[in-house]
Design a protein around this ligand. Structure first.
Ligand SMILES: Cc1cc2nc3c(=O)[nH]c(=O)nc-3n(C[C@H](O)[C@H](O)[C@H](O)COP(=O)(O)OP(=O)(O)OC[C@H]3O[C@@H](n4cnc5c(N)ncnc54)[C@H](O)[C@@H]3O)c2cc1C
Length: 529
C-alpha cells in the first residue's frame, strides 16, 4: 500500500506521537524510518553487552505525570509504563559529601540544609512556585505552539509571571547565582541546568523554571526507552496505519504548491493525500522540500542552524553489583538515587568543562549524570546483575576531529572509567563484566538528524528557542508549503522526550483539516495573578 491520508518522516517519538494522535482522529498514516529499527532518540540496545539493555540516547523521561500523551493515547494499555524512584537525584563531590533530591520536599530540604539553610528555604519557595502552583501553566506552555513575545505578555501578567519571564535576562550561571548561595548547591544546579544541554549564553536562563519544575519527576521507562515508541506504534497500527523501517526519505514531493507525498532512496513514492509531516531536523526538511519554497530569512536560518557546542559521550557498564558511591557514607540515600551527577566540585570546573567542549578538546574535568537502571527495573540486566552508565559532556569534534573518537575509543573509555572510579569504589576486577562506549560520532551515525551529536536536534540558544524554533515565519509547525508540517525537536518547544512538537503539530493538522478529536487539547497558557 503506498497511499495514505498522511505521511510522517521519521519514527522517533515525535513522528509517532503525531501519527498516533491522527490515527485516533481517524486518519490512516504511514510513518517512514530510514533505520532498520524505530525509535530515534528513544532507542534501547541489547546487542553490545548481550543480556544488558542500554538506552543509547534518552534515559530520563521527565514530567510524565503532566504529559498528555499517556492518557490521551492510553499508552499503558499499549505497553508503556514508567517508574518514578523516590530518591530522584544526587550530586556527589570529591570530598565524599553529596546533595540529594527526593520526591519528598522535606527530605530534600533537609539534605540542602546540611550545606545552606538559606538555599533549603529558597528551594522550598521555588518548588511551591514551579513544581506546584505554576506547573499547569508550564505544561500549557510546553504543549502549545510558542507565541510571539507580545502575545505571551498579554497572556501572562502579575508579579509571578513577571518573575518567571525575568529569567530570560540571565545566562545559566547567573540564573543559578540569582537563586542559590552555597558553592556546592550552585554547582549541582548549574550541572542540572545542563541536563537539557542548554548552551551557556545570555538569555538561556529562561529555561530555568521549566527545568526546575521537573526536578523531582525523573522517570525510568520500564523495559527500555524503546517501550514508548513501541506503544505509540501499536496505537498507529490499531488505527490502520503502518510504521515502515528501511524507508530513507530523500525528497518531499510538492505539486502546485502542495505537499503530496515523499520519494524514498529506493525510488518508491509514498503518497499522503492530506499532509506530509517531517519529524527530522529543520535544515534537512527545507532541503528535501526545496529551499526555493521558503522565504530567504528561513533559508538563511536553515543554513546557519546551530547544532550545539557540546554533546554527550556515554560509558555503559555491565556489572555484577551496582556502583557503590563513596558519598553513601555521608548520606545513605545516595545509594538509592536514580539520576546521579558527579565530576564537578565547583562552578569553575563546570565552566572549564564547557570551555574545553567549545574548544573541541576532550575535557580535563569530566562531568555529567548517569544511572544504574537495573536498581529500579531488573529487566535492564540479567538476573542478579546490573547495568550502569555515565554520560559526561563532550565535544563532537575532539582533539583534531570527530574520527578521533574511533581511533582512541579504548583510551577515552579508560579515562572515563578512571574518573568514575574517583566516586565509586567497586568498578573493577570481577565486578566489571564489560564496557561499551557510545560517542558523539556514534550519536550522529545512528541518528542522521542528530547532526554533530546534537542532543536536541539544534542548540538551545535564544535564537533557536520559543517562537524562534525554527523561525517565527513557521509558526505552530506550519510551513509556507500547503500540507507540509514540522513535528520534530527542531520545531515546537524543542527536544527531550515529551512528545510536545508531535502533539502541537497533531493539533494544528486537526484544526486545518477540521478533524474531530478524541482528546481535549491542553488549554493555551494563561496567568493573570
Ligand atoms: C546521548 C543522548 C542522551 C539523551 N538523553 C535524554 C534524556 O535522558 N531525556 C530526554 O528527555 N532526552 C534525552 N535526549 C534527547 C532525546 O533523545 C531527543 O530529544 C528525542 O529523542 C528527539 O525525538 P524526535 O522524535 O524529535 O527525533 P528523533 O528521535 O531524532 O527521531 C527522528 C527519526 O527520524 C529518522 N530519520 C532521519 N532522517 C530520515 C530520513 N531521511 N528518512 C526517514 N527517517 C529519517 C531518524 O533515524 C530518527 O529515527 C538525549 C539525546 C542523546 C543524543
Amino acid at each position: 500500500m503506498t497511499n495514505f491520508d498522511g505521511v510522517v518522516i521519521g519514527a522517533g517519538h515525535n513522528g509517532l506521537t503525531l501519527a498516533a494522535y491522527l490515527a485516533r482522529a481517524g486518519l490512516r498514516i504511514a510513518v517512514l524510518e530510514r533505520n532498520h529499527r524505530i525509535g530515534g532518540g528513544c532507542s534501547t540496545d541489547s546487542d553490545q553487552l548481550p543480556g544488558f539493555r542500554l538506552n543509547l540516547h534518552a534515559n530520563f523521561y521527565m514530567g510524565m505525570s503532566h504529559c498528555p500523551l499517556i492518557e490521551d493515547l492510553e499508552l499503558y494499555r499499549y505497553g508503556f509504563s514508567y517508574i518514578e524512584p523516590p530518591v530522584q537525584q544526587a550530586a556527589a563531590f570529591r570530598d565524599g559529601t553529596c546533595v540529594v533530591i527526593h520526591k519528598d520536599l522535606d527530605k530534600t530540604c533537609a539534605s540542602l540544609a546540611r550545606f545552606s539553610q538559606q538555599d533549603a528555604a529558597t528551594f522550598r519557595e521555588l518548588w511551591n512556585t514551579y513544581c506546584v502552583e505554576m506547573r499547569p501553566l508550564l505544561a500549557s506552555l510546553l504543549y502549545n505552539a510558542p507565541l510571539p513575545r507580545e502575545q505571551l505578555l498579554d497572556r501572562l501578567s502579575g508579579p509571578k509571571a513577571k518573575e518567571l519571564l525575568s529569567h530570560a535576562q540571565h545566562d545559566l550561571f547567573s540564573v543559578v547565582r540569582k537563586h542559590f548561595v552555597d558553592e556546592r548547591i550552585r554547582t549541582l544546579f548549574t550541572s542540572y541546568m545542563h541536563v537539557i544541554t542548554t548552551e551557556n549564553v545570555a538569555g538561556a536562563g529562561i529555561v530555568f523554571p521549566a527545568i526546575f519544575a521537573n526536578i523531582a519527576s525523573f522517570t525510568l521507562p520500564v523495559g527500555g526507552a524503546v517501550s514508548l515508541v513501541n506503544a505509540l506504534t501499536r496505537v498507529v497500527e490499531a488505527g490502520g496505519g503502518e510504521v515502515i523501517t528501511c524507508a530513507d526519505v530523500k525528497e518531499i514531493k510538492v505539486e502546485s504548491g502542495r505537499a503530496t507525498g515523499v520519494k524514498l532512496a529506493d525510488g518508491r513514492f509514498i503518497a499522503g493525500a492530506k499532509f506530509v509531516a517531517s519529524a527530522i531536523d529543520f535544515p534537512a526538511t527545507v532541503d528535501m522540500a526545496g529551499a526555493e519554497l521558503f522565504p530567504e530569512p528561513v533559508r538563511e536560518k536553515a543554513r546557519s542552524w546551530h547544532w550545539g557546542n557540546h554533546s554527550l559521550v556515554t560509558l555503559h557498564l555491565a556489572l555484577k553489583n551496582a556502583p557503590v558511591y563513596r558519598a553513601s557514607a555521608f548520606d545513605p540515600d545516595m545509594a538509592r538515587a536514580y539520576n546521579v551527577f558527579f565530576g564537578m566540585d565547583n562552578i569553575d570546573e563546570v565552566a572549564s568543562c564547557f570551555d574545553d567542549c567549545a574548544a573541541k578538546k576532550f575535557p580535563k574535568v569530566l562531568m555529567g549524570n548517569g544511572a544504574c537502571n537495573s536498581q529500579f527495573d531488573p529487566t535492564y540486566a540479567p538476573p542478579g546483575q546490573h547495568s550502569a552508565f555515565w554520560w559526561p559532556f563532550a565535544p563532537y569534534s575532539v582533539d583534531g576531529g570527530p574520527r578521533e573518537w574511533d581511533s582512541n575509543r579504548k583510551d577515552y573509555s579508560q579515562r572515563i572509567l578512571d574518573y568514575w572510579r574517583i566516586y565509586a569504589s567497586n568498578l573493577e576486577g570481577d565486578n566489571l563484566l564489560g564496557t561499551y562506549l557510545f560517542t558523539p560520532l556514534d550519536v550522529e551515525r545512528l541518528n542522521s538528524n542528530m547532526r554533530q551529536g546534537a542532543v536536541r536536534m539544534g542548540a538551545y540558544v535564544p535564537n533557536q528557542l520559543g517562537i524562534n524554533r525554527p523561525h517565527p515565519l513557521l509558526p505552530g509547525s506550519r510551513t509556507p508549503v500547503e500540507g507540509l508540517y514540522l513535528c520534530g525537536s527542531s520545531s515546537g518547544n524543542g527536544g527531550g522526550v515529551n512528545g510536545a512538537p508531535g502533539y502541537i503539530a497533531a493539533n494544528a493538522i486537526c484544526d486545518d483539516l477540521a478533524l474531530k478529536r478524541s482528546w481535549t487539547p491542553l488549554p493555551p497558557p494563561e496567568w493573570k495573578h
